[in-house]
Write a protein that binds this ligand. Structure first.
Ligand code: AMP
Ligand code: MG
Length: 504
């Protein structure tokens, strides 16, 4: 059932039972008003549709552990994680640019955190029932969006993009009412922390709580911000500014990675921004097929606020919301703002370095910006496939036709290629070396909407084999695999009719 690829070598003990794990819940040590202790609401007659042996190994769980009744009971929300403390945390945020007040956790339960020699992993259920923060929601998640979250978590990890991970997918026949009646599912997610910008925004007017949250996050995830300066302990102000600067850097890097994977998040509200720079809260996300610079993957985003080409600027705006919430700690707006100023330069540095790898140019040079912008222009006007255009660029000498056939106007593509090939001449690097490096920068397989849909359709019939197939290629999307040609093909026409929205 579980693919052999990429299983992290177990450098620590592997347990065959959940109760072998060392578990705590440090979030529960925060003041009481940060969360509500409660039990999840397990869906009726749950069963385990899929478990992820790779993520289990990170926690120290063997494949045998995944087959125990306790594993299902915990991932369904029927039993607590042994040693954990179950809670729903409270956070607020800006939705589509507007302050929305308290938002969550409306359907997530933090079970605790697994202590491993490589660090701690929080374990959280999503779709596990109502909480005091559910507002009008039912606390549930549907199978469709749960399969999508399960798959994309691993796809992002396979691409090397920071993300929350997915441990298990539990399904039930319980009805869930959305535009139509759908079935319920629960995803077990794993991450070092699920703290969002929105957690800080929630405490924007409460000094003591904000300080507690700040200390918690810095101590655990940004301890270097406390390093002494010139033999003197870092002042509180200095720690605060360094922390914000570090979050800016991580966020900028994440945005560069999203852009160059053709990934659109879909709902970049501040509550969906991880304080660790992880991709979090997958809903109506999408990897682009045909490139469109202003592509909007979320059907509900009628103004295109979260279009592909808007994402870096939206993250920048979100960082200002985070900074505003930190003012309560005593720093002034201008000083905090100065930490965010380098965001654009941070973004461009990461973006150019990765773009250089994808285009196969040795190092980013003056003039490359024009070449890249014209590349985007070419892809946009031709609606060329994002993933295959990059992938086939590496073999432009041996197989020009495979590349050119992606473009309706081949003359325009040839014109760009002439400049591109002239640029390649400037690097004294053997072609085969360049090709190999490009193949490690340009995935052959991505989680296209239609591929996710095929897995959803099969999962609806209780069949997890498509999930398994997809995980096999998505965990290492750079390596071509015989037998998986269909997964590397252009999308079928019906995929254009697929629509994803905020409803999940
Ligand atoms: P999202 O934009 O999907 O991240 O959702 C925004 C907030 O609404 C999150 O804090 C969720 O916890 C909450 N939420 C979304 N769907 C539901 C639901 N069906 N029931 C309760 N809360 C929900
Ligand atoms: Mg969310």
């Amino acid at each position: 059932m579980y693919g052999p690829l990429n299983v992290p070598r177990a450098s620590h003990a592997m347990f065959n039972r959940l109760d072998g794990l060392k578990v705590c819940n440090s979030f529960a040590s925060l003041p009481e008003n940060f969360y509500t202790r409660l039990s999840p609401h397990a869906p009726g007659a749950p069963h385990l549709l899929h478990a992820n042996a790779q993520v289990a190994a990170l926690l120290g769980l063997s494949e045998a552990a995944l087959r125990t009744p306790e594993f299902l009971a915990v991932c369904a929300g029927q039993q607590p994680l042994p040693g954990g403390q179950t809670l729903a945390s409270v956070y607020s945020g800006h939705q589509f640019g507007v302050w929305a007040g308290q938002l969550g956790d409306g359907r997530a339960h933090l079970l605790g955190e697994v202590i491993t020699p490589q660090g701690n992993w929080e374990v959280q259920l999503k779709g596990s029932g109502r909480t005091p923060y559910s507002r009008m929601g039912d606390g549930k998640a549907v199978l469709r969006s749960s399969v999508r979250e399960y798959l994309v978590s691993e796809a992002m990890a396979g691409l090397g993009i920071p993300t929350t991970r997915a441990l298990a997918l539990v399904v039930s026949d319980d009805p869930v009412y959305r535009e139509t009646v759908e079935t319920a599912a629960v995803v077990t997610r794993v991450a070092p922390s699920f703290v969002r910008f929105g957690h800080f925004e929630h405490w924007a007017r409460s000094h003591d709580e904000q300080k507690a949250l700040f200390d918690y996050v810095v101590d655990r995830f940004y301890p270097e911000c406390r390093d002494p300066e010139g033999g003197e302990p870092a002042s509180d102000d200095a720690v605060l500014l360094r922390f914000l600067r570090a979050v800016v850097k991580r966020t900028a890097r994440l945005m560069a990675q999203w852009q160059l994977a053709g990934f659109c998040h879909g709902v970049m509200n501040t509550d969906n921004m991880s304080i660790l720079g992880l991709t979090i809260d997958y809903g109506p996300y999408g990897f682009m097929d045909a490139f469109k610079a202003n592509h909007v993957c979320n059907h509900s985003d009628t103004n295109g606020r979260y279009a592909w080409n808007a994402q870096p600027a939206v993250a920048h705006w979100n960082l200002y919301r985070l900074a505003s919430s930190l003012m309560v700690l005593g720093a002034d707006g201008a000083t905090l703002g100065a930490q965010i100023e380098p965001y654009e330069a941070d973004f461009l540095a990461a973006y150019h370095a990765q773009a250089a790898d994808k285009l196969g140019v040795g190092a980013w040079r003056e003039g490359d910006e024009n070449l890249l912008n014209d590349w985007w222009g070419l892809l946009h006007t031709q609606a060329a496939d994002f993933t295959l255009s990059f992938r086939r660029l590496a073999r432009i000498e041996q197989a020009p036709e495979a590349f050119l056939q992606l473009f309706a106007d081949q003359q325009a593509a040839r014109h760009w290629l002439t400049r591109y090939q002239a640029r390649l001449q400037q690097d004294a690097r053997p072609a085969d070396e360049r090709e190999q490096k490009m193949d490690r920068a340009n995935p052959l397989y991505v989680l296209r909407n239609h591929l996710a849909q095929q897995a959803i359709d099969a999962a609806t019939r209780g069949d997890a084999s498509e999930i398994e197939q997809l995980l096999t290629i998505l965990r290492d999307p750079y390596t071509e695999r015989p037998g998986y040609e269909a997964y590397a093909a252009l999308p079928p026409d019906w995929s254009q009719e697929l629509s994803v929205s905020c409803s999940s």
